[in-house]
Design a protein around this ligand. Structure first.
Ligand SMILES: CC(C)(COP(=O)(O)OP(=O)(O)OC[C@H]1O[C@@H](n2cnc3c(N)ncnc32)[C@H](O)[C@@H]1OP(=O)(O)O)[C@@H](O)C(=O)NCCC(=O)NCCS
Length: 296
């Protein structure tokens, strides 16, 4: 592979290259270095469903990455913004972000992302604004019996035939049009996908999950009420092996004590941000867990 630019000074152009899905194995070390949970299956899915952009170093290895994942025609998620430690503070992160923003704008969409504390300082000057804070929780296992669903609500594993209805349920509540992501997660880990229905068979919530590099990731969890969400999270965490990570909008006050009762700790948080206005995205009232900052 050809050599590339040295660290670009701010304002200088950066040699940004597309990252294809068949590069997954070679780009994965960037998220491992950052201590993130994505595994190879995540990278393969994300680079196949979205568009990756990155920079390579003199040895031909990937030194930086970024990703744009379409969530319908009006919204696109920017994620996996990673710069290897040796190449930070040289404008690479900002350069890749600008490339991603150009991509989103060319598609006529609004950009959204979940910013780490390290990422937020580069997003604010580019015009992103805060929507709401999110806490990342870690816990090993559910202690005691999982919380039962409210009266009249039943939980069962998601079936393939549920997927179109699940996407229709999800869209107005999450503000995201993501049938292929929901299908991927539900089918990748069928034992970790749960749906809640009322007595009439109407969907009133769901929880998905997937294996990760260091922990099982729980989410997205979208539900009519906090009680349904807690029953779904408990069921999903009882059915899958720990340890677990789950990203919960801080607005959900009742989820916090439940997580603390499981011994969960929250070592870091994110800020959901957008560049422009996307319908419903600023309202986390029915979003109890993200798909993850990498998927929206
Ligand atoms: C966040 C990250 C991508 C930034 O990459 P980068 O190439 O260093 O970013 P830039 O050089 O474009 O930084 C732009 C500006 O952001 C701010 N900034 C970047 N890193 C910072 C830090 N650690 N502390 C404070 N400000 C910081 C500075 O204002 C910097 O400008 P300056 O270097 O002229 O002072 C990189 O630190 C990283 O990979 N971190 C780990 C993964 C991560 O958290 N990614 C963000 C996901 S939302």
């Amino acid at each position: 592979m050809a050599s590339t630019d040295a660290a670009a000074a701010p304002g200088e152009s950066l040699d940004v290259r597309p990252i294809d899905a068949d590069e997954s194995e070679r780009v994965w070390p960037l998220s491992v270095e950052a201590g993130w949970n994505q595994n190879l299956a995540d990278w393969r899915f994300m680079l196949g469903a979205g568009r990756g952009f990155g920079c390579i170093g003199p040895d031909g290895g990937w030194q930086a990455s970024s990703l744009v994942l379409p969530l319908g025609r009006q919204l696109a998620w920017i994620s996996m913004v990673l710069v290897t430690k040796d190449r930070r503070r040289g404008g690479v992160g900002t350069g890749l972000l600008k490339r991603c923003i150009d991509e989103v704008r060319a598609a006529g969409a609004v950009a959204g992302l979940d910013a780490t504390e390290q990422g937020r300082p580069i997003y604010l000057p580019l015009g992103f604004r805060d929507l709401y804070p999110i806490a990342r929780w870690h816990f090993d296992a559910v202690t005691g019996a999982a919380m039962p669903p409210p009266a009249g609500v039943a939980l069962r594993p998601v079936a393939v035939a549920d997927l179109p209805r699940l996407a229709l349920y999800d869209r107005p509540l999450s503000g995201m049009e993501r049938p292929s992501i929901l299908a991927h997660l539900a089918l990748r880990q069928p034992g970790r996908a749960w749906v809640a229905e009322d007595a009439a068979g109407k969907i009133v919530g769901y929880a998905l999950g997937r294996e990760g590099r260091v922990a099982t990731s729980l989410g997205p969890v979208v539900a009519d009420s906090e009680a349904i969400a807690l029953a779904l999270i408990g069921r999903a965490a009882t059915a899958a092996p720990g340890p677990f990570i789950i990203d919960v909008p801080s607005a959900h006050a009742a989820v916090r004590p439940w997580l603390e009762a499981q011994g969960a700790v929250t070592p870091r948080g994110y800020m959901r941000m957008t560049l422009g206005t996307a319908d419903r995205l600023d309202d986390p009232s029915h979003v109890f867990a993200l798909a993850g900052p990498e998927l929206g």
